[in-house]
Design a protein around this ligand. Structure first.
Ligand code: NAG
Length: 147
């Protein structure tokens, strides 16, 4: 029998719905240690790489943050910004707002290649973009590279 049939009080149905909704939300939480067991060196290594790069190229922080923003701008943060055009597909990378205006692709590609050698098939490109942007901002703030 349907638990939300018309014979049951509406408050019970609402209560059950709310409980299931909250349980569902609890499992849908983002986690900052998502890769701590599946790819334990991920965060410290990306942090070190970004720290080095941003310290030697002051524009790279803004570039990585902008790359992440433009990735998220169209249909969410799905790394679609990294897709190269093909004969039948024109992607976001060469779309007029991005063509020759975004940078940092080589850095993200290099990080992704390294990450694939340690943890094959584990870490998404979208997460690498987000982690790189976050670490770049943290590095600049920590080192007071900009006022
Ligand atoms: C992006 O720039 C290249 C070279 O400047 C140009 O050939 C291409 O048509 C541009 N792509 C788009 C989608 O405008």
């Amino acid at each position: 029998m349907d638990s939300c049939s018309s014979k049951k009080p509406i408050t019970l149905c609402l209560g059950i719905f709310l409980f299931l909704f909250l349980v569902g939300m609890a499992y849908a939480q983002l986690s900052s240690n998502f890769y701590s067991s599946s790819c334990p060196n991920l965060l410290p290594t990306i942090r070190a790489v970004i720290d080095y790069i941003v310290s030697h190229d002051n524009r790279m922080m803004a570039s990585l943050l902008r790359l992440h923003f433009h990735d998220c701008f169209v249909n969410g943060c799905d790394a679609s910004i990294l897709l190269d055009d093909t004969e039948t597909f024109i992607g976001e990378k060469t779309a007029p707002p991005n063509n020759h205006s975004l940078r940092g692709y080589d850095l993200i590609d290099a990080i992704k290649s390294q990450v694939e050698s340690w943890c094959p098939g584990i870490v998404s490109c979208a997460d690498i973009l987000a982690i790189a942007a976050r670490d770049a901002v943290v590095t600049v703030k920590k080192k007071s590279l900009i006022i």
